[in-house]
Design a binder for this molecule. Structure first.
Ligand code: UDP
Length: 326
């Protein structure tokens, strides 16, 4: 069961699982996801805090593992409305875990984040980096990781938490991609400006302690993320110990570098203004992801920024209004 399977990351993972012969379906309330994003996969509409329904669906469909993507994911919004974030990300995950116990489902792959680390205390962050989030979004994911460890200890839950850096790009065939409303992520905004569906772009701060003063992030292709989820389930099936893995590119790009690379890919000028810093943003987040490679056998196939931008651009050009249901 792919909870949040109609969302951006969930839909790519759902498709990847099905392309690898796994009988996966989406469970989604479509509050932010899109029915069209699941393509030909079954979509069960439902709420994550509807425990009775979750138990019934898991039993009916003989669910063996749950992939959990259904969450609110905007750092800036989480600072302004933490209540919604603790409710959507922590309280509902508790219901989901509790429903899994009742239905006898014991394998859980969790969509976590590098935001659980907070400000880096070392240049490349591996999984042993201290977890000291600096925004409510990061705290919500950190709290779930703690719940997972406790559920494993007390009830024998088997889990993997995948700490993503910045998910980006789209399936290369352009049928599914990123469509948030409102959109706050850098790459889709940059491409919407290139496309002319958005007037301009605000760069949030150019006074960070980075070479060009703008924030540095580690962008990872959505299909590389999807593959890691499947490998994480295989790893647990082989008897691997419950644990967390970073998933990133290992390379950092500043906001200005992303804009310049997007201009090269699209052939369009991308006008921008420099604005104030966005609350909750660390200057630099770059992952050290060797562990996922060594333990899960994960190998990135779409690693470079150009490919990420090309596949995202492909999606945006084919779907200037996204899925068209927002
Ligand atoms: N950013 C920006 N302008 C925008 C959106 C994002 O300058 O309109 C910056 C943001 O401050 C961060 C980086 O781009 O440094 C990536 O932000 P995004 O929201 O894509 O992902 P996050 O790192 O917050 O998960």
């Amino acid at each position: 069961m792919v909870a949040g399977g109609a969302g951006y990351i969930g839909s790519h993972c759902l498709r990847h699982l099905r392309e690898h012969g796994i009988d996966a379906f989406a469970y989604d309330n479509l509050s932010e996801g899109h029915a069209a994003a699941v393509l030909d996969a079954p979509l069960v509409e439902g709420e994550l805090d509807d425990r009775a329904r979750l138990v019934a669906v898991m039993k009916e469909r003989n669910v063996r593992a749950v992939f959990h993507f259904a969450a609110s994911c905007y750092v800036g919004v989480s600072v302004k409305d933490p209540e919604a974030y603790y409710r959507n990300n922590v309280a509902t995950t508790l219901e989901l875990l509790s429903a899994m116990r009742e239905a006898g489902v014991n394998t859980f792959i969790f969509s976590s984040t590098c935001a659980t680390y907070g400000n880096p205390v070392q240049e490349f962050m591996d999984e042993t980096h201290p977890q000291q989030p600096i925004n409510p979004y990061g705290w919500t994911k950190f709290m779930v990781e703690k719940m997972l460890a406790d559920f494993a200890h007390a009830y024998g839950l088997k889990w993997v938490a995948l700490r993503y850096f910045n998910a980006a790009g789209a399936h290369p065939d352009g049928r599914i991609g990123e469509d948030h409303d409102p959109e706050t992520h850098l790459i889709p905004i940059v491409l919407q400006v290139a496309q002319g569906t958005r007037d301009g772009l605000m760069v949030y701060g150019d006074d960070y302690a980075t070479p060009d003063g703008t924030c540095i992030r580690d962008y990872i292709h959505i299909l590389d993320l999807a593959e890691a989820h499947r490998l994480a389930m295989d790893y647990l099936d082989r008897g691997g110990a419950s644990t967390a893995f970073n998933l990133g590119n290992g390379a950092g790009y500043s906001v200005l570098e992303v804009i310049k690379a997007a201009e090269a890919v699209t052939g369009c000028k991308i006008p921008f203004k420099i604005g104030p810093r966005r609350e909750g943003d660390p200057a630099r987040l770059v992952g050290q992801c060797r562990r996922a490679q060594d333990v899960l056998g994960w190998k990135q196939k779409f690693g470079d920024l150009k490919t990420i931008l090309e596949t995202a651009w492909n999606w945006h050009r084919a779907h200037p209004k996204g899925y068209g249901d927002s």
